[in-house]
Ligand binder design. Structure first.
Ligand SMILES: *Cc1c(COP(=O)(O)O)cnc(C)c1O
Length: 452
């Protein structure tokens, strides 16, 4: 007879064994994308009525599919914003799945929700938000920004309705021209207008520029988004001068700190974020600079009730959940079913302690400053802007876009590093996004040496 228990044990052992090897390996190659045709050829057809068996499926994953995925936690992965989950966080991600936890409601997942909330409360405290601030871990910064802005518009609607005032024909959100593309994406989804304000030459959006937009667009502006560490440059807007405008204008201040807000953990950068304590909502992605696996964005409201009012889904089958005062994470963003995706971060933070996080973030900032000095002092190189956090943008003087393209493709092809071309104000450049604690100064210097 077919022994189901034995087969399940074999499959679980197989997968855990692979996971264990991958998690503990420190020499997983960088890897690179493969063509569709080549993947078809190598993997063959894998879905059949009878199944190909776990051994064969895992073998195809290990030898064909995984090598066609760039190793995002590789120390020479310096593009976009990398990821560098701790071993504790990655390992615990398995536990979240193994336990079939449901993270949407207090009724079903109170233990998991309690731990996630402890992390959110801790983060809120680091950002200087008042006691009572809270929210939810959502899939990513894009959904975090959207959910925040939906809550912001709902608050504005309620305010105007209570004051018996007309609602604007078109709602508007103000942000920097260097704000992340997800703000524009949220505006499209919400069918609202986005007012992009030019930041100063150093990339910083300041209160006086925002004031101009508020004067011009009046009460149709329901929210201002300040960026706490732009993705391209790691530049932090002057949040305090923007927040000060709240005394004169009615708007919701949202701080998009998906990448950079983690830097508040470091004494080297904390001062740059002054004013964040006045935000109505903030986001930070643990899958970026808080060393958690994909995917997790911490969305925190100053007054969580505003989030709940905007997002709670009502349905007959959900009444038993929504008619209580229990804290159900589903109620705080545009989602319902949810994985307890804050738990890997919780486990790691609880295990290693906050101090380890402060040290790791500080080390990235120091390394970025050090390689920026190196670039500044090198003939033929030009720093585009002084780094504030862990992103260093620079030009190889005289290089065209085609030169960067060729160089970048060769780096990946030779499996030396993943550094993609970028551009600013129409000029091609490249950037190091540094957050992996295993990235060294010598690694970066070797890349510069190769730019002939
Ligand atoms: C990465 C990023 C986002 C988007 O976050 P995702 O998790 O990729 O959806 C938004 N804002 C900023 C500033 C970011 O760096």
């Amino acid at each position: 007879m077919h022994d189901v228990t034995a087969e399940n044990e074999r499959i679980v052992d197989l997968v855990l064994d692979y996971s264990r090897r991958r998690m503990l390996s420190d020499d997983t190659p960088l890897d690179k994308p493969e063509t569709q045709a080549e993947l078809n050829r190598l993997a063959g057809r894998t879905i059949h009525e009878g199944g190909i068996g776990a051994e064969r499926a895992l073998s195809i994953f290990e030898h064909v599919l995984a090598p066609a995925c760039i190793t995002t936690d590789h120390p020479q992965y310096l593009s976009f914003i990398p990821t560098a989950p701790t071993k504790a966080a990655t390992a615990f991600d398995l536990v979240v799945s193994a336990s079939a936890l449901y993270g949407g409601s207090w009724l079903e997942g109170s233990g998991a929700v309690h731990a996630e909330n402890e992390v959110l409360t801790w983060l809120a405290g680091e950002f200087g938000l008042p006691a009572g601030a809270g929210g939810v871990f959502v899939q990513g910064g894009t959904l975090g920004n959207l959910s925040s802005l939906v809550a912001a518009r709902e608050a504005a609607r309620v305010r105007l309705t209570l004051a018996d005032e007309d609602h604007p024909a078109r709602w508007k959100v103000v942000c920097s021209a260097e704000a992340h593309s997800s703000v524009a994406s949220a505006a499209r989804v919400m069918d609202i207008e986005i007012v992009k304000v030019q930041p100063d030459d150093d990339g910083t959006l300041r209160g006086d520029a925002v004031r101009g937009a508020l004067d011009e667009h009046g009460a149709s502006v329901f929210a201002v988004v300040a960026t706490g560490g732009s993705t391209n440059f790691g530049i932090v807007d002057d949040i305090a001068s923007i927040a000060a405008l709240k005394q004169e204008y009615d708007f919701w201040l949202h701080v998009d700190g998906a990448y950079g807000l983690a830097a508040m953990l470091s004494p080297l950068a904390r001062h740059r974020f002054a004013g964040v304590e006045q935000a109505d909502s903030v986001i930070v992605d643990p899958h970026k600079w808080l060393f958690a696996p994909f995917d997790a964005c911490a969305l925190i409201y100053r007054d969580p009730e505003t989030g709940r009012r905007a997002h709670t889904q009502h349905a007959e089958y959900l009444d038993t959940l929504t008619e209580t005062a229990d804290w159900s994470p589903s109620d705080y963003a545009a989602h319902l079913t949810r994985r307890a995706r804050g738990l890997p971060f919780w486990f790691s933070l609880a295990s290693y302690g906050a101090g380890a996080y402060r040290d790791a973030v500080t080390a990235s900032i120091e390394l970025a400053a050090r390689i920026a000095d190196e670039i500044r002092s090198r003939e033929g190189f030009a720093l585009v802007r002084d780094p504030q956090l862990g992103v260093v943008v620079f030009e190889r003087v005289g290089w065209s876009k085609a030169d960067y393209d060729r160089w970048s493709a060769r780096l990946l092809d030779e499996q030396r590093a993943f550094v993609v071309p970028s551009s600013h104000a129409g000029r091609p450049n490249t950037r190091f996004a540094i957050l992996n604690p295993r990235t060294t100064f010598d690694d970066l210097v070797a890349i510069l040496d190769g730019m002939e």
